[in-house]
Design a protein around this ligand. Structure first.
Ligand code: KIV
Ligand code: ZN
Length: 505
């Protein structure tokens, strides 16, 4: 089998076969077709569309994909058994991937066959597939726990029988890179065929073992999108491809910019959630929160981004949180179209850290609400009224009461009021203290919970009117609704005072 260059590694995608064998995953034929179309767009070399013998639905799905006319090799899995292989051939695929176990454990307890019977069946199956003019890939299941001399004999026999590719499965994921390297070298030298590797992730080494196989000369890797598959899954396609391109300077046919959308499609259709810290496709793979890191990536992306996010169809995310720094926050706000002054940025950062310290995750919507309330506000030096203290009591058997202390210039003033609820009581107390300065009546009070949960950030927007008919609006965002309401009201009062001053009133 010829390859475009010595550094080209074929990507044999088994998302629709081994990936679908993941517990809890079951795709309809239409779902499978949609994923197959995306995989073809992505540029994999082979799509293993399914194991048609397992059910009528699976057979239908493989047929549907094979008949779609995608510009990619379509393969079906079959045990080394003529009946299985006939079903696969009947699906109009270009390639049959046939397998038989070669470890003593599997031969004795699963197949109940002798090694010689296994060898004979492997040869017959390869010959049968080749006699039908199809591409044949042969796998010795549980190869990595098989007796080496026997395994070598099986692969040599399969190669002589005409197999186009020899796949080495680490069926239960027990290899380490050094051993995988040595095994691949051995089989490649003994057979002279294109060697493929198929690694499972039971010890979290599927990608490392696959890459070790490539170092030893394998020129095909079996992989699944998002690493889904039996038990702990298979080698993750996105990790293998990006490592091959960027760490090994090797080639694949994959258009890396489509990796992210492919990952999302597979996650949505399989219902398998991608862990946030998953390499390449996890939500946090290109997110930076710490001040040092965000400063670094803004100055020069390579400082903390070994993979450019755009390379895999992603965007950098600067996350606000307790580790946030002014640089990252500023860049994130600017991306939202908000350009704070240094003082405003300091206040926003303080608020973000305050929330982060309480263990809250700050979503983009939260940040926007905080920023809007700070940026839309009166500059510190122009502020006449500010909140010094707020105490509210409420309950089923007492009148809601609020006690408010405000700083107004050099003086501190306090008042207490009752109301229909704590917000009403607090507003009345503020009004009482400030009415000599400005008679600010509340015209509108709007409350929005920015994100879900009882600890959500509440965004309060008020419209306040003075006795001359000037109307201003002001916003505040806090986890505490009463506090948000009071702050918004005080902000409105400050705006009216600034307006009076500017207007000479
Ligand atoms: O893991 C495995 O051994 C397999 C074979 C069918 C190749 O998936
Ligand atoms: Zn497998």
């Amino acid at each position: 089998m010829s390859l475009p260059s010595p550094d080209y590694v074929r990507i044999f995608d088994t998302t629709l076969r081994d990936g679908e064998q993941m517990p809890g995953v079951s795709l309809t034929p239409q779902d499978k077709l949609e994923i197959a179309r995306q995989l073809a767009k992505l540029g994999v070399d082979t799509i293993e569309a399914g194991f048609p013998q397992v059910s009528k639905g699976e057979e239908e799905a493989v047929k549907l994909i094979a008949r779609e006319g995608l510009d990619v090799e379509i393969c079906a899995l079959a045990r080394a058994d003529k009946k299985d292989i006939d079903i696969a051939i009947g699906c109009d695929v270009n390639c049959v991937h046939t397998f038989i176990a070669t470890s003593e454990l599997h031969m004795k307890y699963k197949l109940q066959m002798t090694p010689e019977e296994v060898l004979e069946r492997a040869v017959e199956s390869v010959e049968y597939i080749k006699a039908h003019g199809l591409i044949c890939e042969f796998s010795a299941e549980d190869a990595t726990r098989s007796n080496r001399d026997f395994l070598r004999r099986v692969y040599v026999a399969a190669a002589e029988a005409g197999a186009d590719r020899l796949n080495i499965p680490d069926t239960v994921g027990v290899m380490i890179p050094k051993k995988m390297y040595e095994l691949v070298k051995d089989i490649a030298e003994a057979t002279g065929k294109l060697i493929s590797v198929h690694c499972h992730d039971d010890f979290g080494m599927a990608v490392a073992n696959s890459l070790a196989g490539v170092e030893a000369g394998a020129r095909q890797v079996h992989a699944t999108v998002n690493g889904i598959g039996e038990r702990a899954g298979n080698a993750a396609l996105e990790e293998v491809v990006v490592a091959l391109h960027l760490l090994y300077e090797m080639e694949t046919g994959v258009n890396t910019q489509l990796i992210s959308e492919t990952s999302q499609l597979v996650s949505r259709l399989t219902g398998v959630y991608v862990q946030p810290n998953k390499a390449v496709v996890g939500a946090n793979a290109f997110a930076h929160e710490s001040g040092i890191h965000t400063h670094g990536v803004i100055s020069h992306p390579l400082t903390y981004e070994p993979i450019p996010p755009e390379y895999v169809g992603r965007r950098r995310r600067l996350v606000a949180g307790k580790h946030a720094g002014a640089h990252g926050l500023k860049a994130e706000l600017e991306a939202m179209g908000i350009y704070p002054t240094d003082e405003q940025l300091r206040v926003i950062l303080e608020r973000v850290k305050e929330l982060g310290d309480k263990g809250k995750t700050i979503t983009d919507a939260d940040l926007l609400a905080i920023a809007r309330s700070v940026v839309g506000g009166v500059q510190l030096e122009e502020r006449v009224v500010s909140l010094a203290d707020l105490v509210v009591t409420t309950g089923t058997n007492i009148m809601p009461t609020a006690s408010v202390k405000l700083i107004m210039g050099d003086t501190e003033r306090q008042a207490a009021e009752i109301g229909v609820g704590p917000v009403d009581a607090a507003m009345k107390a503020v009004q009482k203290i400030t009415k000599d300065l400005v008679d600010a009546r509340l015209r509108e009070f709007r409350l929005e919970a920015v994100t879900g949960g009882s600890d959500a950030l509440a965004e309060v927007t008020v419209r306040v009117e003075d006795d001359e008919g000037n109307v201003v609006s002001a916003t505040a965002a806090r986890e505490d609704i009463v506090l948000a309401g009071v702050e918004a009201y005080i902000e409105g009062i400050n705006k009216l005072l600034v307006r009076k001053k500017v207007g000479g009133g």
